[in-house]
Design a protein around this ligand. Structure first.
Ligand SMILES: C[S@@+](CC[C@H](N)C(=O)[O-])C[C@H]1O[C@@H](n2cnc3c(N)ncnc32)[C@H](O)[C@@H]1O
Length: 283
């Protein structure tokens, strides 16, 4: 997996923008309207994010966020008193988040373009490293985990959201329903419009069985058909990829298994798609 193609993907697909209609210009008013639209969508669809942020003690803590997207959680962390720094792989995200902070005159220490694989900070710099929906997109995750350990203070916390292996989305929607659907379309030669048309073309290009192999299909089924890399996690996989940490707690949120309509099912702690985990460096 090439780092450059991952950076290129996120640069051209700013996280979540397609869900609410992306920026149509770069005026301050347009940015302000876009952020309001984006935050309204994000926190109504995934209200648990705010509940989880409320449970964390941010006030006066030095916080590093890795992978900023549109900066919605960044703003929430600062409004809860976090002393904030953030990095993202792309200059597009850095530009957006810097604009978000400027619009409301929010305080921060540093927001810059950098990779989790090479964090531009001293050892023991942060009380909290927060990363929502990012670390499962990094193929060299053990290297990133070592970097995070390096910049965390002893006793500090890594709080992250990773895609969950033991979820309805992975086990059934991606693993069975969407694979079967795509296989049927490809074998009958029916090319649909939209996202499944992109999958159809991709599968023709690389070969159906290779495209449907789970390591590949989970990547292209999580953040769009052109997403280069995603991985799913359970506690054991976290222990493997974050060997310098001990796990304080994990829990699952968010019933999400498209094309099934499951948002209201009350099984998120069992089969939810978002695995939140809090880790601390081993002594
Ligand atoms: C799925 S988005 C999540 C963004 C945000 N945290 C959220 O929850 O909406 C992934 C973000 O992580 C960034 N990213 C991907 N790999 C990264 C890396 N190695 N280092 C830093 N940021 C990275 C991408 O540029 C993108 O902005």
């Amino acid at each position: 997996m090439e780092g450059e193609s991952i950076q290129q993907f996120w640069q051209t697909h700013p996280c979540g923008a397609e869900l609410v209609g992306d920026l149509s210009s770069e005026t301050r008013d347009e940015y302000a309207e876009f952020f309001a639209r984006y935050d309204e969508y994000r926190y109504s669809k995934e209200a648990h994010i705010l509940t989880n942020l409320d449970r964390i003690s941010w006030n006066g803590k030095s916080v590093l966020e890795i992978g900023l997207g549109q900066g919605a959680d960044a703003e929430q962390i600062v409004r809860r008193g976090g002393v904030y720094s953030g990095v993202d792989l792309t200059d597009e995200s850095v530009k957006r988040v810097t604009m978000r902070f400027a619009l409301d005159d929010l305080p921060y220490k540093r927001i810059e373009q950098a990779s989790a694989l090479q964090l531009p900070f001293e050892n023991d710099a942060f009380d909290v490293v927060y990363s929502h929906g990012v670390l499962h997109h990094i193929p060299e995750i053990r290297h990133a985990a070592a970097e995070i350990c390096r910049v965390l203070k002893p006793g500090g916390q890594l709080i992250m959201m990773l895609y969950a292996k033991w979820s309805l989305n992975y086990l059934f929607a991606i693993g069975v329903a969407r694979r079967l659907g795509l296989a049927t379309l490809c074998l009958t030669g029916i090319r649909p419009e939209g996202i499944y048309g992109d999958h159809f073309d991709n599968a023709k290009k690389v070969g159906l069985s290779r495209y449907l192999s789970m390591p590949n299909f989970v990547s292209v089924s999580t953040d769009g058909p052109f997403n280069p890399y995603s991985k799913v996690y359970d506690r054991r996989e976290i222990e493997r990829d974050f060997p310098k940490f001990e796990i304080i707690e994990t829990h699952k949120e968010f019933m999400h298994a498209p094309p099934l309509s499951v948002a209201k099912l009350p099984f998120s702690s069992l089969l939810g798609w978002h695995l939140w985990a809090t880790l601390t460096p081993k002594k």
